[in-house]
Design a protein around this ligand. Structure first.
Ligand code: MG
Length: 158
């Protein structure tokens, strides 16, 4: 959390993306539900290592401390680089194919803080924007699985 915060991202920013993404499917959803889901996702070791790795590479690229051609590829967010998206999938993979679909959507739409990170002139966030999208996608997928479990349980008891 401290690493995310040091790069300008609060868990509440990510919860907001989850809310905007998932509210249409669950009208009872609250921001607090979304924040809880985000917290659960970032409490997983897979997510934490992905976040630490990606942010470290962004910071090293920013400081010019990576060897070429890696430094330029990450600084310029070279579309052919693609490792930033692959790393973020380490987070979404935990929640199955719904996580993957959500991630693809967020990668295109760049909701909320993801769009801000994509803006030029505020540091290197080549990995961070995808990590945030990955966390939001996973947290939404988690809510979808919970909703489904609830419906199945209700159907079973009824
Ligand atoms: Mg990126």
């Amino acid at each position: 959390m401290a690493w995310l915060r040091s790069r300008g991202v609060e868990l509440a920013d990510i919860a907001r993306i989850v809310y905007d993404l998932y509210r249409p499917k669950d009208p009872q959803l609250t921001l607090a539900d979304c924040l809880e889901s985000v917290e659960r996702v970032v409490s997983k070791r897979e997510a934490q290592f992905a976040i630490l790795t990606g942010i470290a590479l962004d910071v090293l690229a920013e400081r010019g401390q990576l060897p070429e051609p890696l430094r330029q590829a990450i600084r310029q967010d070279d579309p052919l680089y693609g490792v930033d998206e692959v790393l973020a999938l380490a987070i979404t993979n935990v929640y199955g194919s719904i996580g993957l679909t959500n991630f693809g959507y967020l990668d295109k739409q760049k909701l909320g803080v993801i769009g801000r990170l994509n803006g030029k002139g505020n540091g290197v966030h080549t990995f961070l924007d995808d990590l945030v999208a990955g966390i939001a996608a996973a947290a939404s997928a988690r809510l979808a699985h919970q909703l489904e479990d609830g419906l199945l349980a209700a159907a079973g008891s009824g």
